[in-house]
Design a protein around this ligand. Structure first.
Ligand code: UD1
Ligand code: CA
Length: 480
């Protein structure tokens, strides 16, 4: 887990939250989060809703849901648009979707929360395009809210480039007076302190304010930020020590910037947990991936989706592994492995492809340019170079020679090949499924095998060789 973010006292009303020991549960027990995700996201220029664009392999909205849900210990309410059933589907199970009929602004979005879900206690509001927000930061705001009794505690940020952000305007005593959106700023110097888009409101104070919002502004929207002026002076701002957390994703340039930050965080966590990452600049690990201690990720490696890597594994260089579970001491070269299970000590060489539905038991090894698809391979079996094992059930200690193909498709249906324990399949054999090769059977190299092979039998499925003595001499005499 990343360390708790330290808070900085920069302005009179930037308050220092009480120490963690002030019962985390006590301040978060009744808190509920509202995540805004109904905006059109026009700046993404995408057919896909903005909040569903993935970051580290997961829709950005789910990163926000995780942070808010973990901080409040409750299921967040997610405000979605009526024409975005895919957003509601994406949050199913992790959030409770409510619909904002029209995207009339962030204030209107919060107003879409129906009365039965409106708590009088602490209400956390987070914008759905803040995927770098940490749960610890939300917890700090909750603690500050409990400690100060403020009607609103908001996260503020002082980024190097504040373009596009609402500005926190403070009055003479340094207290927060209001937030002014960039487009509504008067000419002249603007405050550098910006609104991050994360708030803890006292529910009983928030809900009535939403009825008093006006759309008389540059964007003609009902701004949530205008609630701040209504609640002032009972507003506190907590300045984020890590400005990255407030990085909003509005376009694809910001999407890439957020991805880079998230990737750096995930790799740092991995390294601190005992994983060697030889070249963090070229290593990509999704948020859901787990890697065991003393594993080594070599350059240009991608670990994606629901992937689990055991201890002492070596992956890459140039490996791509997706949705795959593996045991300990597995080695994967410059290969692609997807949707599969690999036992302890599996060795996958270079330029191999292990396709979904494959299970390679302990000690299985693949040579170069081999392909395995939807197949089970028993302990200690070897699949050599350029072999293609499709829809097969292979026993233990089987040797599949180089260039062997299990022909699974007859042009209409797929069929399986079964090979018993200890069998030896000579190189360049063509095994035409459906087919059963018995235990300890032996297939002569370059055989075309179309019928079952009994246990311990030898199958020779190739044309007999004929040697024509002196043939070259005769041809040379003819051509002379
Ligand atoms: C908003 C803030 C700004 C802040 C910035 C931080 C307002 C008015 N402005 O600006 O002060 O500095 O975030 O990143 O709040 N949404 C809805 N329904 C709507 C409109 C928006 O659900 O009708 C959602 C969007 O999906 C998005 C979030 O609210 O997730 C924020 O909206 P966005 O348009 O991105 O606001 P910003 O212009 O970034
Ligand atoms: Ca935004």
């Amino acid at each position: 887990m990343p360390p708790e973010v330290p808070w900085v006292r920069r302005c009179p009303s930037v308050i220092r939250p009480p120490p963690r020991s002030r019962a985390r549960q006590a301040v978060t027990a009744q808190a509920r989060a509202v995540i805004l995700a109904a905006g059109q996201g026009t700046r993404m220029r995408s057919a896909r809703p903005k909040v569903l664009h993935p970051l580290a392999g997961r829709p950005m909205l789910l990163h926000v849901l995780e942070a808010a849900g973990s901080a409040t210990q409750s299921t967040p309410i997610v405000v979605v648009g009526p024409g975005q059933p895919e957003v509601a589907a994406a949050v199913a199970g992790a959030g409770e979707a409510v619909v904002q009929p029209e995207p009339r602004g962030t204030g209107d979005a919060v107003r879409s929360v129906p009365p039965e879900l409106r708590s009088e206690g602490p209400v956390v509001v987070v914008y759905g395009d803040l995927p770098l927000l940490r749960a610890g930061t939300v917890r700090s705001l909750l603690r500050a809210h409990a400690a100060t009794g403020a009607a609103c505690v908001l996260l503020s940020v002082a980024p190097a480039d504040p373009t596009g952000l609402g500005r926190v305007v403070r009055g003479g005593g340094g207290r927060v007076e209001r937030i002014v959106e960039e487009r509504d700023l008067p000419p002249g110097p603007a405050p550098t302190e910006c609104n991050a888009g994360v708030y803890v409101f006292t529910g009983s104070r928030l809900w009535p304010c939403l009825e008093r919002l006006s759309a008389d502004n540059a964007q003609g929207e009902l701004y949530l930020t205008d609630v701040v002026a209504q609640l002032a002076p009972e507003v506190e701002a907590v300045l984020a020590a890590d400005p990255d957390e407030a990085m909003g994703v509005n376009d694809r340039v910001q999407l890439a910037a957020a991805e880079a930050v998230l990737r750096g965080r995930l790799l740092t966590d991995l390294m601190l947990s005992g994983v060697t990452v030889e070249d963090p600049a070229t290593t990509y690990v999704d948020a859901s991936v787990r890697v065991g201690m003393d594993s080594v990720l070599r350059p240009m490696t991608f670990l994606l989706g629901d992937t689990r890597v055991g201890r002492g594994c070596e992956i890459g260089p140039m490996a791509l592994v997706r949705d795959t579970r593996m045991g300990d001491h597995v080695r994967i070269g410059a290969s692609v492995v997807e949707g599969s299970e690999l036992g302890d000590g599996v060795e996958i060489g270079h330029y191999d492809r292990v396709r979904p539905g494959s299970a390679l038991a302990s000690g299985v090894s693949l040579g170069t340019h081999a392909e395995v698809k939807n197949s089970r391979v028993g302990e200690g079996s070897r699949i050599s170079h350029s072999a293609c094992v499709l829809d097969s059930d292979i026993g233990e200690r089987v040797n599949v020679g180089a260039g062997t193909v299990t022909c699974n498709y007859d042009g209409r249906d797929k069929h399986r090949t079964a090979i018993g324990d200890g069998a030896f399949v000579g190189s360049n054999s063509t095994l035409v499924a459906p087919l059963r090769v018995g235990r300890d059977a032996y297939i002569a190299a370059a055989s075309v095998v179309t019928g079952d092979v009994p246990e311990r039998a030898l199958a020779v499925g190739r044309a007999h060789q004929r040697n024509v003595a002196g043939w070259r001499d005769r041809r040379e005499r003819r051509d002379a």
